[in-house]
Design a protein around this ligand. Structure first.
Ligand code: SAM
Length: 269
């Protein structure tokens, strides 16, 4: 564990030494995105809803049996888990939720897809950021999804379609349609092969302005390798590595460019 923490610290420091802050971004598109979205310090009133949702989940002491899908957990050792612990360990943090809220609000997607609902923290954040959007969220663990549905039921969210399925089955069915998404959040099964496979199956459902977010790109060596592969994929025109998550963009009208943005830098403007 100590060795793992040390390695994680080295990765974190390496990233921060090489990442750009706002004034090092020369692309107008990226500058605006960083300034008005990533670094936006407005205290949106919707943040209260995100905070309350987090508090609501933290009150749930009930134990449930989960399937432990994907790459498994680095923290949990049993499949019997307290709901509040799942929310705390597997779910987005309040800071992540605020970032996802701002990304959704900034890009104004009409159709959002999330792979990996868990207890719906990111689902709420992205839906609240653009309540007019239609959202589809996919979770392979039926027990977890049931709780997410119950908890999101009394939240001021837009139209959400909950799908209880593994990602692969869902994507195989999706591939029979022409449906396109404007914002996609891939947050589950953090291993090399599945991440690349899901990306390939998602490709027919992206368009020029789609934003694809891949979470936890530094979670493991496999995820770093997956990220390195994806950002060089011919369909990808720009990528943004924020350490916490990576964004893939497909905007052909812009140069192929890869950015590293330091979200912790203090940008005074
Ligand atoms: C990191 S959590 C998602 C966190 C959530 N997006 C949030 O922001 O709170 C990943 C979720 O993906 C689900 N998952 C992992 N691999 C999956 C797969 N292959 N098919 C379906 N669900 C999967 C897990 O059950 C877990 O609930």
């Amino acid at each position: 564990m100590v060795k793992y923490r040390f390695k994680a610290l080295i990765k974190f420091l390496k990233f921060h030494i090489t990442a750009d802050n706002l004034h090092q971004l020369h692309s107008p598109f990226m500058f605006d995105f960083a300034r008005f979205c990533l670094y936006n310090r407005t205290n949106f009133s919707d943040y209260e809803i995100l905070k309350r949702y987090q508090y609501q989940l933290n009150q749930l002491e009930e134990l449930i049996t989960v399937k432990d899908l994907g790459a498994g957990s680095k923290t949990f050792t049993s499949t019997q888990r307290r709901i509040k612990d799942i929310a705390h360990i597997a779910g987005s943090s309040y800071t992540d939720m605020k970032r996802l809220y701002r990304i959704s609000r900034y890009f104004k997607p009409k159709n959002i897809l999330e792979l990996g609902t868990s207890l719906g923290k990111a689902t709420l954040a992205m839906s609240l950021g653009q309540p007019q959007a239609k959202m589809t969220t996919v979770e392979g663990d039926h027990a977890i999804l049931k709780i997410a549905k119950q908890q999101l039921n009394n939240q001021p969210v837009g139209q959400i379609k909950f799908i209880s399925d593994d990602f692969e089955t869902f994507l195989n069915i999706l591939n029979q349609s022409q449906e396109k998404f404007d914002l996609i959040y891939l947050d589950g099964h953090h291993s090399y092969k599945p991440t690349i496979q899901y990306f390939n199956k998602l490709l027919p459902h992206i368009h020029n302005d789609t934003v694809l977010i891949i979470d936890d790109i530094y979670w493991s060596n496999e995820m770093q390798e997956a990220w390195a592969y994806l950002k060089k994929h011919p369909a990808v025109y720009q990528s943004v590595d924020t350490y916490y998550f990576g964004l893939l963009l497909f905007r052909k009208e812009q140069f192929r460019q890869h950015f590293k943005i330091n979200l912790l830098s203090l940008n005074l403007f």
